[in-house]
Design a protein around this ligand. Structure first.
Ligand code: BUP
Length: 478
């Protein structure tokens, strides 16, 4: 594909789940000759984000950094609000400053790609500059259909005279599926929540975009993609480009293809102790457990998980997080699990904290199952490698993603498992039994292998995602 003389300005949002797909898409476009610039806000909310910005600009000197200085936001006006949500609000309120930065960039910017959390404020700026604006949607197509349809759902409820007092209710997305109220992102239950206000604003703004890019592929979410494209979800919706699965910018050509058709590495050339440990484990013998950067697991639930993993008899690699990514994690695994536990599982279980190169872990041939919160990047990374997921979603878009991954055949959603604070802890016995069963389940394994083969086909020359990318790049050049 040839990007010609196009210059795309990217406006990412905050949070690793937002930056990861942006950086993957930016490096993909850049490799096709598109000139890419990235609006960069420093300091970031978390250290992980700052490290990733630095790594992007160091590894790809052709990618241009444009500093974006935000107007100060009085955080005391939003007591108790999640720091990422506050950053999104600050970005939105500073969006009018983007016009000078975009207009002043050289070579002349020919298109803008923004994060969905900023859509309602960035699209008007691009309209004034008479530039096309695309949205890179960072979650599943099923979640995209919810964001797009949610304002219509509320309007309908109001027309029916229902809204007040009865809650948001189940959301029946035409042509896609019914999302039960309990599976919606939690803040949507409160129409006055800052998250909900942004969600509705951005959902309405999507129709004004010139196109929406999604890190998925047709065979993974056929219903949601067809309904969005046919205008069943929102009449006259812009074109939806399924361009996944996007490759990690650090994926190397040394990746080999295993029998399952997935992109696995027998022995990753990495000095990381985690990868080295995986290198000593038999093929597909390890359960990888990680719940993303935004879930702090209670000590009680951690101890139950430990008991369950021990009882399962399986090997495991467990990334333990007792605090969320924007706070320092001071607890050591032994403080929570005890030395005796670590001694008992020594050799077959590795418990680690802090950042791990998850994509490299999932590409490792030793990994056979991923117990995950089903953040969409995690889902796509597992799907690309043919590693089945046992989805234990918590908040945000995770339950909707869990539905999508289950119907796409990439894994199983443990719908009955909730997190502490909701219905108490999930017992070690139940976790152990399920993990053991999933590791031995040939159908689950075959489903994930199929998804990985479909994923490879989609991005190969002539595949659905390849053609979407071609179409998008063609539009940039037009
Ligand atoms: Br934590 C962590 N290593 O240790 P999701 C994350 N990642 O490589 P999230 C690592 O960050 P939300 C780590 O591979 C994925 O690409 C991971 O995105 C990578 O979930 C990304 O999976 C995380 O979409 O966000 O960050 O928990 O809760 O908003 O889904």
């Amino acid at each position: 594909l040839d990007g010609g003389a196009a210059h795309v300005m990217f406006i990412p949002s905050a949070g690793m789940a937002h930056l990861v797909p942006f950086f993957r898409f930016i490096t993909a476009l850049s490799s096709h000759g598109v000139h890419c610039s990235v609006m960069t806000v420093l300091p970031t909310v978390s250290d992980a984000e700052a490290d990733h910005f630095a790594a992007l600009f160091a590894a790809f000197p052709r990618i241009q950094r444009v500093d974006f200085n935000l107007l100060p936001l009085d955080a005391t006006a939003f007591p108790g609000t999640d720091p990422f949500l506050l950053r999104w609000e600050a970005l939105r309120r500073s969006a009018h400053l983007l016009d000078r930065l975009i207009a002043g960039a050289t070579p002349r910017v020919s298109a803008v790609v923004t994060d969905v959390t900023l859509a309602s404020h960035v699209i008007p700026v691009t309209k004034q500059l008479q530039l096309p604006c695309h949205v890179l949607f960072i979650s599943s197509a099923t979640m995209l259909s919810l964001v797009a349809y949610f304002p219509i759902h509320l309007d309908k409820k109001q027309d029916d005279g229902g809204a007040a007092g009865v809650g948001v209710g189940d959301v029946d997305i035409p042509g896609v599926r019914r999302i039960r109220q309990s599976s919606l992102p939690q803040p949507l239950h409160d129409l006055n929540h800052l998250f909900t206000k942004q969600f509705i604003d951005n959902g309405r703004a999507l129709s004004q975009a010139d196109g929406i890019l999604v890190n998925t592929f047709d065979a993974l979410e056929p219903m949601a993609l067809a309904a969005l494209r046919d205008g069943k979800v929102v009449p006259g919706f812009p074109p939806v480009y399924a361009i996944g699965l996007l490759k990690s910018s650090s994926s190397t050509s040394s990746s080999s293809t295993d029998g399952a058709g997935g992109e696995r590495q027998a022995a990753a050339a990495s000095s990381s102790p985690v990868i080295a440990w995986l290198g000593e484990q038999p093929e597909r013998s390890v359960v990888y457990i990680a719940f993303g950067s935004r879930i702090a697991v209670s000590h009680e639930q951690i101890r139950e998980m430990g008991a369950g993993l021990e009882a399962s008899g399986c090997r495991f690699l467990w990334v333990l997080k007792t605090t969320v990514v924007d706070r320092e994690d001071t607890a050591e695994p032994r403080d929570v699990l005890g030395d005796e536990f670590l001694e008992r599982v020594k050799g077959r279980g590795l418990v680690t904290k802090g950042w791990v190169e998850q994509d490299a872990v999932l590409r490792h041939a030793a990994v056979g199952l991923f117990l995950s919160h089903s953040g969409w990047n995690s889902v796509t990374e597992a799907a690309a490698c043919g590693v089945p997921l046992l989805a234990w979603p918590r908040g945000g878009d995770q339950r909707v993603n869990a539905m999508a991954l289950e119907s796409g055949g990439v894994g199983v959603w443990m719908e009955r498992w909730s997190w502490d604070g909701e219905d108490g802890v999930v017992s070690g016995r139940e976790i152990g039994e399920k993990v053991k069963a999933a590791m031995a389940d040939a159908a689950v394994r075959a489903g994930a292998a199929r998804a990985s083969q479909e994923a490879a086909k989609a991005v190969a020359e002539g595949g659905t995602s390849y053609r979407s990318m071609q179409e998008f790049i063609g539009k940039l050049k037009a």
